[in-house]
Design a protein around this ligand. Sequence first.
Ligand code: ATP
Ligand code: PRP
Ligand code: MG
Length: 307
Amino acid sequence: MTLSIPPAIGEPHRLLFAIPKKGRLYEKTMELLAGADIQFRRSNRLDICSATNHPITLVFLPASDIPSFVAKGDVDLGITGHDVILEAGMTDLVDEVLQLGFGKCALQVQVPEASGIKTVDQLAGKRVVTSFEVVAAKYFDELDAKLGFVGDNKTKIQYIGGSVEAACALGLADGIVDLVESGETMRAAGLHAIDTVLNTEAVLIKSAKPKHEHLKPIIDLVTRRIAGVIASKKYVLCEYNIPRAALSNATAITPGRRAPTISPLEDPEWVAVSSMVERKRVAGVMDQLVDIGAEDVLVVSLDNCRV
Ligand SMILES: Nc1ncnc2c1ncn2[C@@H]1O[C@H](COP(=O)(O)OP(=O)(O)OP(=O)(O)O)[C@@H](O)[C@H]1O
Ligand SMILES: O=P(O)(O)OC[C@H]1O[C@H](OP(=O)(O)OP(=O)(O)O)[C@H](O)[C@@H]1O
Ligand SMILES: [Mg+2]
């Protein structure tokens, strides 16, 4: 598809694409845009800029503001965390088009290791500090209801904007609800997790009721390109030679996405096979292939692809 020269910002047929302006999602989102060949030059400190090779305007926003901008159709596409969409109460108003494979972490209930609290039932009714007050309130409302806690006996949720892990040591809370990836922050604060509220990763979102129907082709193009970048990180190409007699066993090990490519070799007893394999499975796949007689097993990284 050929796209016309971009008109100026604000012209109606430019796609507005919201990008996290800082934090954990920023670097990976920049890599994704580069992989999708969305080129731009952002002036220092400016939060809006035009792509130079597509009719797209990038808007740099806090990750937590992106769901409501997209839900209202004020921007057409956005990248943010699944957790942020739930916290903003926007699940019904935005479509999560693609899971992006980064920003993976879990929202967990944590208590001081020294507290003796082992279950969320023991924490219920006490003080909980979090940046996720909506999600945490829903979680503890359900728990309080299950335990029959009402009125003053209900769990007290208090919002703070950051450094949530310090709340227990400061005497502000008996437990917290916060994100955990490696667990380093949690352990450094002397906390341990007693339950997982949700798992999250970065997602590409669009409005469930888009304002600009005529932008559908460029939305689809960007979505396909980003899907291609993600697939190229998720898969590798595995190539090997195998005796014809072992081919059916080999293709069971490497079935590919649709089907493996099988090519004849000069030696009629042998064939060459080429197949996409999930990167995280590839070491085990290579072991199995060698076990059934494969030779010259090669693994090739993908720069980009369309799936
Ligand atoms: N440790 C982490 N590992 C992976 N993803 C994370 C982690 N922390 C946050 N995220 C994801 O990134 C989203 C934005 O959080 P982040 O902390 O990067 O933004 P921020 O709080 O606006 O930035 P900052 O912490 O720099 O002020 C979260 O909602 C979550 O989806
Ligand atoms: O399990 P870990 O790998 O340690 O990651 C978890 C930490 O990452 C995020 O904090 P961030 O660094 O964004 O700082 P913030 O608390 O100021 O937002 C999150 O709020 C946790 O504190
Ligand atoms: Mg943060």
